[in-house]
Design a protein around this ligand. Structure first.
Ligand code: NAD
Ligand code: LMR
Length: 334
């Protein structure tokens, strides 16, 4: 049999090094809703992220199994599971970043707003936990309807006296990921080379791709603009219908959530020039390009020049957004 003592080295320093335990340097991240359709692949991908040293997985069901499974991956992050409401504060204490994919998904025929009734309460409870246990954390909110849940989170944080608009970020990255993919298809490019800003919100006409600002610079026919705008705005519904009652986007969402979380962590680390689209709370509530830094969304970029088609889209988006924002804000004031 192999001589394990020899393999560990004979000096006491060698032994200490071999057996050294504890988290590598990095950030502490909690996922709330970690056992769900998004939560599971998101947890797996965050366990693979070298910027994460500690990963807390919280859900009201099934966290022990998901945690045991993911903890066997031989990557750096230390994984801990937390099951049930009593464990929420423990799961959140000390976290640098909290990602929230908790809540029910759509079925065919539903709008995201139809999820409000159940998800508003879930988001409120989870944000109250954040206010108590990690008020300085960056929050990435995924739960739908994002156009209303982010205003709910902002109100909860205001009422708790710890609201920092830089730290509360609605995740609209899936719209950007879809836009990059669909535009690349039309242009015959590799999607990794394409960058499409998507602004506004995260539902139907509030999702506003700025096709006039695509990088690399390119032009589209009116038919291509209609096709792309419609496909990007209805990408979520395309997946809901294809899943035929089994939920909404989970895998592409987990990918998009990790892309966004990784950008937040690079910002926290102090990397320069980290720019992504996100639903922020200062305009008030609008998705736009932001620069992510040590304290969250440190700079909010203007929309830039819009063409007539985009200006008309913006007016429609603003009207619907205003209603969703009001709905979220009034929910917390009842
Ligand atoms: P899912 O039902 O598969 O998983 C949701 C998880 O949340 C479940 O494990 C459930 O137990 C958990 N949960 C419920 N109440 C909770 C609570 N109080 N605390 C902690 N966890 C709780 O759903 P899913 O497919 O993972 O989708 C989750 C949410 O994300 C939905 O609201 C969906 O609409 C939304 N979503 C948003 C985007 C986006 O782009 N922002 C994309 C896809 C889905
Ligand atoms: C999406 O865009 O895929 C999500 O918002 C889920 C949904 O209900 O469409």
């Amino acid at each position: 049999p192999p001589n394990f003592q020899m393999m560990e080295g004979n000096s006491s320093i060698g032994k200490m090094n071999c057996r050294a335990k504890g988290a590598a340097p990095g950030f502490k991240v909690a996922i709330l809703g970690a056992a769900g359709g998004i939560g599971q692949p998101l947890s797996m991908l965050m366990k693979m992220n070298p910027l994460v040293s500690v990963l807390h997985l919280y859900d009201v069901v099934n966290t022990p199994g998901v945690t045991a499974d993911i903890s066997h991956m031989d990557t750096g992050a230390v994984v801990r599971g937390f099951l049930g409401k009593d464990k929420l504060d423990e799961a959140l204490t000390g976290m640098d970043l909290v990602i929230i994919p908790a809540g029910v998904p759509r079925k065919p025929g539903m709008t995201r707003d139809d999820l409000f009734k159940i998800n508003a309460g879930i988001v409120k409870t989870l944000c109250e936990g954040i206010a108590r246990s990690c008020p300085r954390a960056i929050v990435n909110l995924i739960s739908n309807p994002v156009n209303s849940t982010v205003p709910i989170a902002a109100e909860v944080f205001k009422q708790a006296g710890m609201y920092d608009p830089k730290r509360l970020l609605g995740v609209t990255m899936l719209d950007v990921v879809r836009a990059n993919t669909f535009v690349a298809e039309v242009l015959g490019l590799d999607p990794r080379e394409v960058d499409v800003p998507v602004v506004g919100g995260h539902a139907g006409v509030t999702i506003l791709p700025l096709l006039s600002q695509v990088k690399p610079p390119c032009s589209f026919t009116p038919e291509e603009i209609n096709y792309l705008t419609d496909r990007i705005q209805n990408g979520g519904t395309e997946v809901v219908e294809a899943k035929a009652g089994a939920g909404s986007a989970t895998l592409s969402m987990a990918y998009a959530a990790v892309k966004f979380a990784d950008a937040c962590l690079r910002g926290l680390r102090g990397d320069a020039g980290v720019i992504e689209c996100s639903f922020v709370t200062e305009l008030p509530f609008f998705a736009t390009k932001v620069r992510l830094g040590r304290s969250g969304a440190e700079e909010i970029f203007p929309l830039g020049p819009l063409n007539e088609y985009e200006r008309a889209g913006l007016e429609k988006a603003k009207k619907e957004l205003a209603m969703s924002i009001d709905k979220g804000v009034s929910f917390t004031r009842k």
